[in-house]
Design a protein around this ligand. Structure first.
Ligand SMILES: [Zn+2]
Length: 227
């Protein structure tokens, strides 16, 4: 009898893990990392690097924002944050392949307005404030992964996640085959349980099959692929 009680106590103290059928566990150790949901990646007039169907990630991510906030998890949004003449820009003539995008402070660098509304609601209803993490700010160094970014105080994403005792990150946004992939892989390297949110991500597919390969890379790294 005593053993049974101990077993029951132990079982209740072990956090349930997300499973490979796509079930996601929401608790205070869960963080949502929204990657680069910025105007320049959206199919809007004036956007410089629109991701096909990119706007579809906004309503999908919004569902996850609500669930994470209701369960007192943490919210993070990354921003590509480039100076003019950044090495990743084709126009800079230093091997970059991308059109100029997400220039610091520009309209294109801002988070999507629809997402901002959802994040504001999470703050007002649940008191969960979204932390912004910016990357790619060094003129001579590109950075796809959110883990290469810092917040306004210069703290890295890893430091911020540890501060909040996060063990599990849900990652979605733009683009699947670049910054989302890099963030998922770095999340695994940094020891987090990582769930890739396929429904809330879209890719570029510069080369046919890039998105499929990116998801396979995530799976191999031990990430859970949520449909
Ligand atoms: Zn960029």
């Amino acid at each position: 009898m005593r053993l049974l009680v101990i077993a029951a106590l132990l079982a209740s103290s072990i956090p349930a893990l997300a499973t490979n059928d796509g079930t996601i566990v929401y608790d205070s150790e869960t963080a949502l990392v929204m990657v680069d949901v910025q105007n320049d990646f959206m199919p809007y007039p004036g956007s410089t690097l629109p991701v096909p169907d990119g706007a579809q990630v906004v309503p999908e991510l919004s569902k996850f924002v609500s669930k994470v906030a209701e369960n007192h998890g943490a919210l993070f949004a990354t921003q590509d944050w480039h100076p003019a003449g950044h090495i990743s820009f084709k126009s800079a003539g230093r091997g970059g392949i991308w059109p100029d995008h997400c220039i610091q402070g520009s309209h294109g660098s801002q988070l999507d307005d629809g997402l901002k509304v959802t994040l504001q609601a999470a703050l007002e209803k649940e008191g969960v404030e979204t932390q912004i993490v910016r990357k790619g700010y060094d003129l001579d160094h590109d950075a796809y992964s959110g883990f290469e970014g810092v917040n306004y105080q210069g703290l890295t994403l890893t430091q911020l996640l540890k501060q909040k005792h996060i063990s599990r990150i849900l990652v979605g946004g733009l683009a699947t085959d670049y910054c989302v992939r890099a963030t998922v892989l770095d999340g695994r390297k940094n020891g987090f349980e990582v769930v890739f949110l396929q429904s809330a991500s879209r890719g570029v597919n510069v080369h046919a099959g890039d998105v499929t390969k990116a998801i396979e890379d995530m799976r191999k790294a031990g990430a859970i692929i949520a449909p």
